[in-house]
Every structure is written in structure tokens, then in C-alpha cells.
Design a protein around this ligand. Structure first.
Ligand code: NDP
Length: 282
């Protein structure tokens, strides 16, 4: 017999995007749920351009508890939500929505904390007092700026193909720390301890035009993209003597873990989930 409050039903979550069929989020949240004993259902929903708001309204009407949002709807999600965490407010992009009482939508952006947790907690690296170069000024770059600046880098330079976007972004975040923006040409004679690729160039098998002199001794190169084989940026890092090279799989799992904590109030262990996904990438 069903009751008014059917506590036996699993809570409903989903990721919305376009395209979304490749998304690893259903797999990651399925592993988190199994590990923490949480009952939930998590699916991937393909949404047509222009259809995001209606899709969210339908999801809420059908009893949905929370959403992840991916390309190209993170800005739409930011506009749609009723309230935002400070980091989401600053990022101008929302990748996590919690459906609260009476269907109120609360937005967060967990990409940046996911990146920082992967660098600092998983890989024992540091951002504090380091000279950091962030390549790209799109949604991913915006999302990671405030968590990166919170770590207290010695400097953070944003370099982008369209220089004005990097300069504008740096201006928006300048209250949070030492951040400047420039074009790739302005990087000649500069050296960095940590270079993070937040461009989508790797997705197309491309590489931003980077000078081979960029890397300081002991430099770490981190590509937000991940793949079974080294991305063009990771290959560039290898050729130019980076001491450490990482892809974005750890960031992906860590940003998902932050969403899971927001929704379920339980923190999943990420190491085994990263290892499982890594094995499944091969
Ligand atoms: P956007 O489309 O918002 O931004 C793309 C950025 O890449 C822009 O700065 C653009 O420059 C730049 N760019 C594109 N092509 C080139 C090229 N050939 N050479 C130089 N620069 C280029 O994308 P997102 O910011 O949303 O995503 C960026 C990357 O981050 C993707 O690979 C995505 O998969 C990854 N990502 C990974 C996550 C993870 O959890 N691991 C989370 C979120 C994103 P311009 O401004 O000049 O157009």
C-alpha cells in the first residue's frame, strides 16, 4: 500500500546536458550510492537547446531531488535558481541544483572545489604560494577561480585565445587575490609552477599555442579533460619536461562528491571510485 509520503521510493537525481549520453555522472553517483547505502536513482537527461527551464520544471514536478548540469546549460542554471552559494554566485555558472521544500531551487558550483580537492587532497599538491597559469576563460575557468584563489597562490594568470575574456574575468575576481588576464602571446618569458588547462582545445585534439619555456623547474601540468590516452596538452607537458602531469578524472569525481554531500549529507570516499573509473576508461 502506498502512503502519502512514500519513503520506500528512491530519491531521484539526474544530469542534464546536450550531449549527455557520454556522461560518467550516473556511474559515479551509482558507485557513491552503493558505497554509502543511499537509495537513489540517477539518470542522464538530454535537453534540447532552449528547453532547459521546462525540463527542470518537469523534473521537479515528477519528484526530482537534485540535478547536475553540464554543457551548455550551466549559465541557464545560474539564471534559473532561486538562491546560490557564494562560490556559484561568483562563478556565474551552476553545475549542481538542490530541490528544496516547495520546489525552491538552490544552486552550487562544485567544479572548483573538485579541482582543488583533487590537486591538494588526492595528489598531495599545493596551490598556496605557487605561480599558477590557468588556460581558458570559459565556463570551467570561471567555476574554478574562486576556490583556486582561496588557496592563496603567489599569482594566478588567466591566458585565453580571446584575450579580452581573460582580462574581464581577472577583473571580476580581482578582489579575491592576485589575478591577471592576458593572451597567449603575453606569456613569453613567464614561468609557472602549476599550469591548468581549462580550454576545450583537447576535446578537439588541439592545443593552445604555448611556448615551451612556460614550465618552471618541478612544474605540474593539469588538464581538466580526461581520456584513455594522454591529451594533446598532456603530451605537450611531457615534451617540455613537466615533473608531474594529470588529467581531470579526479576533478570529475571530486566535483560529483561535493554534489552528493550537498544532496545526501554524506561524504563518499572518492579514491576507489576514481580507480574504478580509471580502469573503465581503458
Ligand atoms: P567553454 O566552451 O565555456 O570554454 C572553452 C574555452 O576554451 C574558451 O576559453 C576558449 O577560448 C578555449 N578554446 C577552445 N578551443 C581552443 C583552442 N583550439 N585553442 C585555444 N583555446 C581554445 O568550455 P568549458 O569551459 O565548459 O570547458 C572547458 C574544458 O573543461 C572542457 O574540456 C571540459 O570537458 C573540461 N571540464 C572538465 C571538468 C571536470 O570535472 N574534469 C568540469 C568542467 C569542464 P575563446 O574564449 O577564445 O573561445
Amino acid at each position: 500500500m502506498s502512503s502519502l509520503f512514500d519513503f520506500d521510493k528512491p530519491a531521484i537525481y539526474a544530469v542534464m546536458g546536450n550531449p549527455v549520453s557520454h556522461s560518467k555522472s550516473p556511474r559515479i553517483h551509482g558507485l557513491f550510492a552503493e558505497q554509502t547505502g543511499q537509495r537513489l536513482q540517477y539518470t542522464a537527461i538530454q535537453v534540447d537547446p532552449g528547453g532547459f527551464e521546462q525540463a527542470v520544471r518537469n523534473f521537479v514536478a515528477n519528484g526530482g531531488s537534485g540535478l547536475n548540469v553540464t554543457v551548455p546549460f550551466k549559465t541557464n542554471a545560474w539564471e534559473l535558481v532561486d538562491s546560490r552559494t557564494p562560490r556559484a554566485a561568483l562563478a556565474g555558472a551552476v553545475n549542481t541544483i538542490e530541490v528544496q521544500a516547495q520546489g525552491v531551487l538552490h544552486g552550487d558550483n562544485t567544479d572548483g572545489v573538485g579541482l582543488v580537492n583533487d590537486i591538494v587532497n588526492n595528489q598531495g599538491g599545493a596551490v598556496a604560494n605557487k605561480s599558477v597559469l590557468l588556460l581558458g576563460a570559459g565556463g570551467a575557468a570561471r567555476g574554478v577561480l574562486s576556490p583556486l584563489l582561496e588557496q592563496g597562490p603567489a599569482e594566478l594568470v588567466i591566458a585565453n585565445r580571446t584575450e579580452d575574456r581573460a582580462i574581464g574575468l581577472a577583473r571580476n575576481f580581482s578582489k579575491l587575490g592576485a589575478v591577471t588576464g592576458c593572451g597567449f602571446d603575453d606569456l613569453a618569458d613567464r614561468h609557472f609552477d602549476l599550469v591548468i588547462n581549462a580550454t576545450s582545445a583537447s576535446l578537439h585534439g588541439e592545443l593552445p599555442p604555448l611556448s615551451g619555456q612556460l614550465l618552471a623547474p618541478g612544474a605540474w601540468c593539469y588538464d581538466m579533460m580526461y581520456a584513455a590516452t594522454a591529451t594533446p596538452f598532456m603530451q605537450w607537458a611531457e615534451r617540455h619536461g613537466a615533473a608531474k602531469i594529470s588529467d581531470g578524472l579526479g576533478m570529475l569525481v571530486e566535483q560529483a562528491a561535493e554534489s552528493f554531500v550537498l544532496w545526501r549529507k554524506v561524504r563518499p570516499q572518492t579514491a576507489t571510485v576514481i580507480a574504478t573509473l580509471r580502469a573503465e576508461l581503458q
